[in-house]
Design a protein around this ligand. Structure first.
Ligand SMILES: NC(=O)c1ccc[n+]([C@@H]2O[C@H](COP(=O)([O-])OP(=O)(O)OC[C@H]3O[C@@H](n4cnc5c(N)ncnc54)[C@H](OP(=O)(O)O)[C@@H]3O)[C@@H](O)[C@H]2O)c1
Length: 250
């Protein structure tokens, strides 16, 4: 699969870090023009410069930011071919300690933001466009402390199926990717110390049949396949990339 995205224009939300950043690199390698978003101006500009992509600051949870993002993309590029709805946050909290703020932050970014990102980009999605929603195996597991995060991802997968059915008549494909534990900075952002993060990862690895943590680059390859015309008959589907973790539960 080389230059599988030549001539395509792609938007990646949350593209300044982790899976979004690795996917931007892969999309660019495959010939696409790439626009990344993020919340923090400095981080977005730095990543865009490193990648050779375009960077636009837009909070996925803020509907007026989404309006202005779509307007800017439309002005610069007209329509787009690939929408990778990747931005998300993870704040593990046990039941009994879930605050309204933690609930709303995760729901607003991971679910509401994802839904409205697709809805607002709809008018500028080309016929044949591919939309990929970044979900998680947590949509199916009952891993302690992940109640709200898991609920956002389960709902996102449900939304993916309905959106795929509704948009099929426009030849727009919508799929979801469910990674397992993947090496990215997301775990450093939850307030755990470096030692706690390392301890958490080590304990998780013992539950992974392939005995290793996934990589952003691995997820990026799967997303790139779904974005390409090689996947033109795939819609409403989910792809798990977890080293076999869901085979034995989490
Ligand atoms: N890593 C894993 O093990 C794993 C497993 C399954 C699913 N996922 C999912 O993968 C996706 C990417 O996460 P990652 O692991 O690559 O983590 P990451 O390195 O923290 O990347 C997340 C990206 O989303 C951005 N972002 C967060 N909230 C945003 C908002 N409101 N508006 C715009 N951008 C926002 C972040 O920007 P900042 O740098 O400003 O925070 C960052 O660029 C998420 O949806 C996550 O739930 C991750």
């Amino acid at each position: 699969m080389s230059n599988s995205l030549t001539g395509k224009i792609a938007v990646i939300t949350g593209g300044n870090s982790g899976i979004g950043y690795a996917t931007a690199e892969e999309f660019l390698k495959q010939g696409a023009k790439v626009i990344i978003t993020g919340r923090n101006t400095e981080k977005v500009e730095k990543a865009a410069k490193e990648l050779g992509a375009e960077g636009i600051v837009a909070d996925q949870a803020n509907l007026s930011h989404l309006d202005s993002l779509v307007e800017k993309v439309k002005k610069a590029h007209g329509k787009i071919d690939i929408l990778f709805v990747n931005a998300g946050v993870f704040f593990p909290t046990p039941l009994g300690q879930i605050s309204e703020e933690l609930y709303e932050t995760q729901m607003n970014i991971n679910l509401k933001g994802a839904i409205f990102t697709l809805q607002k980009f709809l008018p500028i999605l080309n016929e044949g466009a591919s939309v990929i929603n970044l979900s998680s195996i947590n949509a199916y597991t009952g891993s302690a402390g992940t109640a709200i995060y898991a609920a956002t991802k389960a709902a996102l997968n449900s939304f993916t199926r309905t959106a795929a059915a509704e948009l099929a008549s426009k030849n727009i494909r919508v799929n979801a990717v469910n990674p397992g534990l993947t090496e990215t900075p997301i775990f450093e952002k939850v307030g755990m110390s470096d030692e706690q993060v390392e301890g958490f990862k080590a304990s998780m690895v013992s539950n992974i049949p392939l005995k290793r943590i996934g990589t952003s680059e691995g997820v990026a390859k799967l997303v790139t396949f779904l974005a390409s015309d090689d996947a033109s008959y795939i819609t409403g589907s989910e792809y798990t990339i977890d080293g076999g973790m869901t085979l034995i539960g989490a």
